[in-house]
Write a protein that binds this ligand. Structure first.
Ligand SMILES: [Zn+2]
Ligand SMILES: [Zn+2]
Length: 346
């Protein structure tokens, strides 16, 4: 498609971004052009917007950023046959190589050659985005665009929660940012006997409650390990979903885990941290799962199942909506910690 489009460009190696007119990207073989209907802001985008150390070390400017979106296919490149113009789609944001040992054995989520949309390649905070066709997930056209956009982070929550059994078990969700809150909903929908949400932010705890948490613990006001033990008859929780990346909270997560329990870790500490491996992992027989991305494409099937059946309803946690022009307000809202998912409509 010829012409220009509005796009949010990370224009320099510093704070902020700029809304610009840029050419609509050309569609290559195996790719499709998507007219973007909704995008959602991820924590990663906030790192890029505010330009922290990680962003400075990884991102090349100028670049259109953003990776969570939904839209409609408007053009197909050569060799694309499984998608039609008019299809409603979301995107798996990890572009994988397809030929490394991990990809070849069906573990593409840990492909060492992964490129991330909007970090390593042109992103979606724009009117149009070009994507590899094989990264697109076809949606029910009835699914609201902002929910379809949030399928990607919901997939992180699904992958983390369902990396082991949940039904009938007590679950601790540590860290109630958007993915943590989604994990609360997934654990509840999957039959957890209790879903205990931990955070130090009261707004986020209330959001976790709305999304199905059975107990809330403000870790600044109460001892999280003592509370977890109290709520599980002294045993400790069966499953810990670690979403905070906070060193203190991670240690508390290991301490509150029951013998033989499972801790699935998605949160990213910025520094190496000390753990009591002897007592908290080895003698406990703990299962420790590192979770990255979404399994391709089992996680997407599960995620679509939760959304389409209504077992997980994201509506209460989509708290703010702005047009792409008002991106600065969207990012401010994200930084404030007083938001669930923030949507930008191009
Ligand atoms: Zn993201
Ligand atoms: Zn690979």
């Amino acid at each position: 498609m010829e012409g220009n489009m509005r796009a949010l460009v990370k224009h320099h190696a510093g704070f902020g971004a700029e809304l610009r007119e840029v050419p609509i990207p050309a569609v290559g073989p195996g790719e499709v052009l998507v007219k973007v209907q909704a995008t959602t802001i991820c924590g990663t985008d906030v790192h890029i917007y505010t330009w922290d150390e990680w962003a400075a070390s990884r991102v090349q400017t100028p670049m259109v950023f953003g990776h969570e979106f939904s839209g409609i296919v408007v053009e197909r490149g050569a060799g694309v046959s499984h998608l039609q113009v008019g299809d409603h789609v979301s995107a798996e944001t990890h572009i994988v190589c397809g030929h490394c040992p991990q990809c070849r054995r069906g573990e593409a989520h840990v492909c060492a050659n992964t490129k991330i949309i909007g970090v390593d390649t042109q992103g979606c905070f724009a009117e149009y985005a070009v994507m590899p066709a094989e990264n697109l997930w076809k949606n029910d056209p009835e699914l609201p665009p902002e929910m379809a956009s949030a399928m990607e982070p919901l997939g992180n929550a699904v992958h983390t929660a369902l990396s082991g059994p949940i039904a009938g078990r007590s679950v601790a969700v540590i860290g109630c940012g958007p993915i943590g809150v989604m994990a609360v909903a997934v654990a509840k929908a999957s039959g957890a006997s209790a879903v205990i949400a931990f955070d130090i932010n009261e707004y986020r705890l209330q959001l976790a409650k709305t999304m199905g948490a059975t107990h809330l613990v403000n870790s600044r006001e109460e001892d999280p390990v003592a509370e977890a033990k109290k709520l599980t008859g002294g045993e400790g929780v069966d499953v810990v979903l670690e979403m905070s990346g906070n060193a203190v909270a991670i240690k508390q997560g290991f301490s509150m885990l029951t013998y033989g329990g499972r801790i699935s870790m998605l949160g990213l500490p910025t520094q190496p941290i000390e753990l009591d491996i002897t007592n908290d992992i080895v003698f406990k027989g703990a299962q420790v799962h590192g979770i990255v991305g979404r399994r391709m494409y089992q996680t997407w099937q599960q995620t679509a199942g939760f959304l389409n059946s209504g077992q997980v309803d994201l509506a209460p946690m989509i708290t703010h909506r702005f047009s792409l022009e008002d991106y600065a307000q969207g990012f401010e809202q994200m930084v404030s910690g007083h938001s669930g998912k923030v949507v930008l409509y191009p």
